[in-house]
Design a protein around this ligand. Sequence first.
Ligand code: SF4
Ligand code: SF4
Length: 282
Amino acid sequence: MPRPWHGSNSFNGEFCSRTAVLIACRVCECIPNERADNFQISRQGRGIYVVGIIFILKNEMAKQTNTKRSCCIRCGKCCIKSSPTLQVQDLGLITDGTIKKTSLYTLRVGEIVQDPVNKKLAQITKSIIKIKEGNENTACLYFDKKEKDCTIYDNRPSQCASLKCWDTDEFMEIFEGETLGIRDIVSDGVLLGLIDEHGKRCSYSLIEGQVREIEKGGERVVQEILDILRFDYELRSFISEKLNLDLEELDLYFGRPLMDTIIMFGLKVIQGLDGSFLLTRF
Ligand code: SF4
Ligand code: SF4
C-alpha cells in the first residue's frame, strides 16, 4: 500500500527509472532494461544521449564485424529493443495513414531516457516523436512478435530502413538529420495554441523544481504539483471531447500523461473514486 505524501518524506534528488525510454541502442544487448533500476540521473547528463547512440552503435558494429554479419537476418532484435524516432522525411507515412497518429507519442524536453554510455539516466533537450512501444515491453508497436516481422516493413520509417547492425554509417547519416516536430504534423491554430499552453503549464522543468521544493514547502507544494497533474489530465478529456480526437492521439500532442510519467520523480498519483488525486511515494 503506497504511503500518502507528507512533509517528512524528502525528495533526495534521485529519479525513478521506470518510465525511462531507451532511445539510443536498438540492437546492442549490453544495456538490458533491468539495469536501468541501478541508474541515477546526473544533471551533467543533459544531451548526452546523442553521443551515446553513436558510441553504442559503433561498439555494436565492431561486435557484428567480428561475427562477420553482412546482411539482415530479420531477427527482430532492433524492433524488440525500442521503436524508431521519426525524421522529417517520415512525414508522408503519417499523412498517407501508414503510421497512425494514435501510434505515436512525443518525448518532451526534460523527460528521462537511458544513456548507455555512462549507464545513467539523462534528460532530453529537444522534443522528439516516436512510435509507441508495447505496454508491457519495449518492442515497437508495429512489430508482430509471433511472425517476428514488421507489419509496415515496405513503408517503415527511415531510421528502420537504414539500420544495419553490422554497419552503422547509413543509420548515422539519417540519425544526424532533422527529426520530425509537432509543427510538421499539426497546422490547426487552436490545437497548436493548446500544445504551447500545455508545454508552459506542464513543463518537466517546472515539475522537477516543485518536486525538489516539497520538503521545504510541504503541503502547499504538493497541492501545486497536483494542480499541474489535474490540468494535464482534464485537458486531455476536454480536448478529446471538444475536438473529437481519440485519447490515444493526445500522447502525440501533449506527450505521455503526467499521471504516468510522474513516477520518474519517484512519485505516484492515486485517483479516488470521487475524482480526487493523492500524491504518494512510488
Ligand atoms: S538489423 Fe536485422 S539482423 Fe540486425 S538486429 Fe535488426 S533485424 Fe536483426
Ligand atoms: S517500424 Fe517496423 S522495422 Fe521499425 S522498429 Fe517498428 S517493427 Fe521494426
